[in-house]
Design a protein around this ligand. Sequence first.
Ligand SMILES: Nc1ncnc2c1ncn2[C@@H]1O[C@H](COP(=O)(O)OP(=O)(O)OP(=O)(O)O)[C@@H](O)[C@H]1O
Length: 509
Amino acid sequence: MGAEEDKQKSIPVLPWMRSPIDVSSFDECPLTLLPCLDPRLKVALENMEISSLFPVQLAVWQETIGPGSFERDLCINSPTGSGKTLAYALPIVQMLSTRSVKCLRALVVLPTRDLALQVKEVFSAIAPAVGLSVGLAVGQSSIADEISELINRPKLQLGVSFDPEDFLPELQSSVDILVATPGRLMDHINNTKGFTLEHLCYLVVDETDRLLREAYQSWLPTVLQITRANDESFLPCAQTFLPSPFSLKTIRRSGLERGFKGKPYPRLVKMVLSATLTQDPSKLAQLDLHHPLFLTTGQKRYQLPEKLQSYKLFCESKYKPLYLVALLQSLGEEKCIVFTSSVESTHRLCTLLNSFDNLPFKIKEYSGLQRQSVRSKTLKAFRKGDIQVLVSSDAMTRGMDVEGVRNVVNYDMPAYIKTYIHRAGRTARAGQTGCCFTLLREDEVKRFNKLLRKAENNSCSKYSLPSSYIEPLHSVYESALEKLKETVEMETSRKRKTGFKSSLSGERK
Ligand SMILES: Nc1ncnc2c1ncn2[C@@H]1O[C@H](COP(=O)(O)OP(=O)(O)OP(=O)(O)O)[C@@H](O)[C@H]1O
C-alpha cells in the first residue's frame, strides 16, 4: 500500500481527474440563498441547526440540482468533517421529494454498521419532511425483522393461509432510500422476496476507497449488473419515475441530445466519496462511472482539516504508556480517541490504562476484535460522554462523527498518510478546532515527517510535557505493569481452557 501511494503522484492518470472543480473556491451558502431548496427541507435543516451549506455541499448541489442537473456521475474528494454526508443526502432527498409511488430509488453503501447507522440518522433527519422513508440493512436486527422493515407485505384476512409466491407481485418496498453495508445488502438481493433494485435512480458509494479495497461478496458488480439490466428495460417508461417539477430539466437529458450516446436513459446516477479518494484507474473502473466529474479541495491530493493542529511528542518506547497517560491528563476531560496499530495492541493498551490507579477519565476499547453489540454500546457511551477516552484500532474509525472529540492521539505512528488523515479527521470537524498528537520514537521521526509532507496544511509542532506531569507517574506505571501481567495470565489461562490465545500476549499485524 505504501508503494501504491508513492506510485500515485499528484498528477492523476485519468484525464477527467486532471481538471477538477476546486471545492475550496466555494463559500458557505446560507439556506435562504440556496436555489430550488424545497421549503420543507429548509425547515428540516434548520431543525438540525444548519443555517448554511458547507462548500462541498454547495458544490455538489450545483452539480446535482442545478445547474448541473445530475448530468454526470460525481467523484468527491473532500476533507474529513467537511460535510460529505449531507452533500449527497440533500440533493437525493430533494430529487425524490416529488415521487408518487413508494419504491427503492436510492441506495447508499458504507463499509461498517456504525457508519451506516450514522448516515441513516442524517437521512432520517430530512427525508420524512418530504414524505420519504429511510431503511437500514446492516444486520443490526434479525433478517426477519429487517425484512419486515423494508418490505410491505399485503395484509391478510385472519385464518387464511397463503403461499408467499402467490403474493409476490404485491410485495412493495416500504422505503425510498436504503442505507446498507455490503454483506446485508447481498443477503437481501439474494434472498429477500420483494426486494428489488429495479427502480434505483441513485447509488452512493461512501468511503469509496475502503469499499473498493475489499470485494465484500462482489456487491458492486452485482448491483451494477442488476441496475444495468434495469436501465434497458426502464427505457420506454422512464417518464413515469421522473419527479414532476424537475422532470427533464434536472434528471439527465436524453443520451443522444447530451452526446452520451449508448447510455440508457435515465441511467443510474452514481456519487462516490472519500477524504482520500483513490486515483487508481483500475479501481475506479469498477464503478463504471458515466462522464465523471471530479470535485476536490485545494492543490494537493491529501488535505487535513483547516483548523487541525498537529503535534509530535518524542518518547522512549518503554515509557510510551506513561507519556500517554501524562498527555491525557494534560488534555483534561475532553473526549479523546487514541489509535494503535493493531486490534491486539488496542486491547493491551486499554487494559494497561485501566490498570493505572485513579485516572480521572473512563477508558474503553473499540476494535474489530469485539462483537458488534459491544462496539455499538461503547460508541453510544462515548457519544453520550460517559466514556472520555476511546482506545481504537484503525478499521472501525473511518467517517465516525462524534461530537466533542477535541483530541486524537496516534499512540502508534500511522504507516500511511491516508491513515493519518482518517485518524486525525475524527477531530476538527465541521470547521471546529482540534488537535492530533503523534507519539514518536527517535527512529520514527524522519519517516513521520516524510509522511506528513504528502498532505496540505501539514505543519506539525513539537509538543513537550512538563516534568511535573511525568515524574509522579513512574511508580503508578510500575504497579500498572504488574497488574497488566496478572490480567494477561488470567486471560491466557481462561482462553487456554476455551482453546484461544490471550489477545494480550501477542500481536496480530
Ligand atoms: N451545513 C452544515 N452546517 C453545520 N454543520 C454541518 C453541516 N453539514 C454537516 N455538518 C456537521 O459536520 C459534521 C461532519 O459531517 P460529515 O460526517 O458528513 O463529514 P464527512 O465529510 O463525511 O467526514 P468523513 O470524511 O470523516 O466521513 C457532522 O457533525 C455534521 O452534522
